[in-house]
Write a protein that binds this ligand. Sequence first.
Ligand code: ADP
Length: 495
Amino acid sequence: MKRSKNKYSFGNLYWRLSAAFLVILTLIGVAYVYITIHHSAEYFNKVSQLLNRNVATQIVKDTKPFKNGKVDTAVLEEMFRHAMAVNPSLEIYLLDTQGKILAHSVPENKIILDKVDLKPVTEFISNHGTKYITDNDPRDVNAKKVFSAAPVVTDKILEGYIYIVLASEEYVAISQLLSGDYLMQVGLRTMILTLLAALLIGLVIFRVFTRNHRKIIEVMQKFREGDINARIKIKSTGDTKQLAESFNEMANILTQNLDKVNAIEMLRRELIANISHDLKTPVSVIQGYAETLQMKELTLADSDRRRYINTILQNTQKLEKLVNELFELSKLEANQVVPKKEPFSISELLNDMYNKYQLIAKEKNISLETELSKDLPPVYADVSLIERVMQNLIDNAIKFTPEGGMIMIRTHRYDNHVEVIITDSGIGIPESEQDKVFTRYYRTTDNFMDLKESAGLGLTIAKKILELHNSSLKFMSKENSGSSFSFSLPVYKTK
Ligand code: ADP
């Protein structure tokens, strides 16, 4: 038998869950580092803008960049130098009222844009720099940078703007390098630590969670290896409980079915033994008498010869009856008999049976009587099969009623049915034996009859036939008082 993998193999649920968990944790860690780095850059920019929001206003207060409507280059150069000395990360631009760059503190060859969008600038001024806003970086077409800006007003006339890019190119490069590196390191360490801790906790939790699962697999393996009494005993809830219960139920059904199969197998063996026995007895009788006839052909008296031939005939009939009954029952049990239902008069059938059995009953000094309801409607059934049922029941009644007894055939109409009742004053069936009556080959142990007369198949056949009519065979019996067998048939419905 192919053995399953070791319970610690990496294919089992526990390791699969752990691996999936590790992958999830790694993904979360990477996402965490990425989001932290991304958002920290924005955070630095916001801080920088808030801290430096008044720089431009301060510069405008100290310096007059226009003289008689023209750019005062000398004043500006001085201001640029001064400002850059204090904070080299600042890039200062003088804009006209349309946003055009008039002068700047940046080397000429680095300027790409000649204009700055004034919309964010005016918004910044009206908000006093409290809102996070970005605008053009003249050195980079695609970049949006934080800035500080202030209007240049001379004699209440707006002459332009001082526009300062706060995170200069160098500043951005250095801060990104530092922050990226720093955050990367912090992020990685946090991630690795969190990962390890979570993994450790996860491994323990999964171990606990899959414990029942492992137990279930162990029991299933035991069951597969032949221990049919192995059942899952776990304290669990939810799916695992359902799984365990389903397995236990399935195992119970399987074992029950196995018991049934074993019982059927036993019955089958018993049946073969019984059949062989029942066939053997008449066959050896026939053989014995036939041999005697052959041997003593000339010396045998006429009366003996007749007796021998009679015995042979009786046993041949017995054999024939037995074989026929066996054949009949096997056909019924294989569902090969389909009743040909038709409406017929049950009274007529019962009267015919009465006439047929009257003589036989008389021979045994048994009084056979009928008490049939008047105007019985036709019933709907297979007439020859029902005749077979009646035959078996009356045969039994005669067989098990001693001389001087009585047999009564009655009918009873109720709802849309006619009930047929055969009562005898015979030996009855002991209470302890009553549940075996419909078992194939059952015969009460203390039958006063010659056992060879009966095969124990009659009632089984009758029961099967009635089942084919969706009916059943009922009986009541009292030892030494008599028995009463009954069945019902549906009344034929005219449309
Ligand atoms: P058989 O009559 O061939 O033995 P049945 O299946 O007809 O087989 O009956 C089974 C057994 O039930 C009989 O052997 C007998 O012990 C018991 N039985 C059936 N009918 C009666 C009856 N009317 N009175 C007493 N016992 C009966």
